[in-house]
Design a protein around this ligand. Structure first.
Ligand SMILES: Cc1ncc(COP(=O)(O)O)c(C=O)c1O
Length: 416
């Protein structure tokens, strides 16, 4: 695949190609396959038992997950989008309420707010892809919103101590969207332990993979009990694995609707062993991340998003910016050239984005039509690449060579 970077003249003739799939998922470990087969043989795919004990794999996964994220309660559900919806419901968000969320996130986040019938208040972002604290303060005060869904988009967390301090001062509760931060820590504390609730995803491109799945974690017993009943526990909440005491459910169980958003035992069976394997995956992701980050620094006209030393992230993708002034036409050619040689980049500045939905101006169902100055400055320059857990040092080098050659091709002979 890769070789040494050839001379410029040679490069045009013998361009490097990357032959692996950038979005290759983490394979399902054998222990998870064995677990799933055992559940299928038993026929007990539904998580609750009626005249049997129930509390099988889903409950065991909840216990393991709660321990992993260092919170007392965890509720396994069918997606992260649904866990965001359930978290808002459990916190008492009602139709028409205002909810703050990042201007740069994935569509399931504004989607969950729409699902409730609440009103989105988009908060601007910084060059580091995290919420702009000044804009957060202004929008919280102007709108009177009492809740922030804080997306740690692509694993960029910002100063969580400062966000928490600001939200505490403003009387704003936080739901952390941890779809991209399972296993990450900020300043020594698990990301997900700064808000009232944290929501995680096990969709295939996340850090644990069951195709679809979500988990809500909290240390608030009331929120946990409400989320369990809302998720659809049919009065069998006693079988949940990481739940509050029975008496917490007493005032809740008959006053709370059932939205049927449970996780099945089969999905949980696939997920539980992946928690044990996650530490090893994080090492592989981060090793590849550091190699690609260092190499990106050496490619003209692009720069990786800097990371704070307090941010112990999980590098399952990498984001980088075109330097200010690089024309959109050059960026477009760079992205096309890289794709033509096997390196797939998402570019948030493309006129019509393909394969993702993270441009706030494409969410036309939002009532909030205000522009976000920070996002408008950053997104046209922002590029994003997945990192597969299987990438070797040689793969990273090949990717970097493809990118360097793509940039040469995009800039050659141009003055714009
Ligand atoms: C930032 C972010 N938040 C939330 C979600 C929602 O996750 P799910 O697909 O499990 O609903 C995603 C999903 O891809 C995401 O990228």
């Amino acid at each position: 695949m890769a070789g040494e970077r050839p001379s410029k003249a040679g490069r045009r003739k013998t361009r490097t190609r990357f032959d692996k799939i950038m979005s290759e998922p983490v394979p399902i470990p054998q222990a998870a396959i064995d677990n799933a087969v055992t559940v299928m043989r038993s026929g007990r795919l539904f998580r609750y038992g009626e005249d049997t004990a129930g509390g099988g794999e889903a409950a065991a996964f909840e216990r393991a997950f709660a321990a992993f994220v260092e919170r007392p309660y965890a509720v396994a559900v069918n997606s992260c989008g649904c866990s965001l919806f359930l978290a808002m419901k459990a916190l008492g968000v009602a139709p028409g309420d205002k909810v703050l969320c990042n201007g740069f996130t994935l569509a399931p986040v504004p989607g969950a707010i729409s699902h409730i019938g609440a009103e989105h208040i988009l908060v601007d972002i910084t060059e580091r892809l995290t919420v702009d604290l000044k804009d957060l303060e202004e929008k919280a005060i102007q709108s009177g919103a009492r809740l922030l869904i804080l997306s740690h988009m692509r694993g960029h967390v910002g100063d969580l101590d400062a966000v928490k301090a600001l939200c505490d001062r403003l009387g704003v509760s936080i739901i952390e969207d941890c779809a991209h931060t399972l296993g990450a820590r900020w300043n020594g504390r698990p990301v997900g332990s700064f808000g009232k609730v944290a929501c995680y995803s096990s969709q295939t491109f996340k850090h644990i993979n069951s195709g679809e799945g979500g988990i809500l974690a909290t240390d608030d017993p009331d929120v946990a009990a409400k989320a369990i009943v809302l998720s659809g526990s049919y009065m069998m909440y006693g079988q949940n694995g990481a739940r509050p005491a029975d008496e917490i459910f007493a005032p809740i169980r008959d006053a709370t609707p059932n939205y049927s958003m449970r996780m099945s035992n089969l999905v949980a069976a696939i997920l539980r062993p992946q928690l044990d394997a996650l530490g090893g995956c994080i090492e592989s992701w981060n090793d590849a991340y550091r190699r690609i980050e260092a190499g990106l620094d050496a490619i003209p006209h692009v720069a990786p998003i800097p990371r704070d030393p307090r941010d112990a992230f999980v590098g399952s993708s990498i984001q980088f910016l075109a330097r200010p002034g690089l024309s959109p036409a050059v960026v477009a050619t760079f992205v096309e050239e890289a794709a033509a040689h096997g390196v797939y980049i998402k570019w948030f500045g493309a006129e019509r984005t393909a394969g993702f939905t993270s441009r706030y101006d494409q969410w036309r169902y939002l009532a909030d039509g205000r522009r976000l100055r920070g996002a408008d400055a950053v997104l046209p320059r922002l590029m994003d690449m997945r990192i597969a857990v299987s990438f070797t040092p040689q793969d990273c080098q090949t990717i970097l060579t493809v990118l360097a050659e793509a940039m040469d091709a995009a800039t050659e002979g141009r003055t714009d």
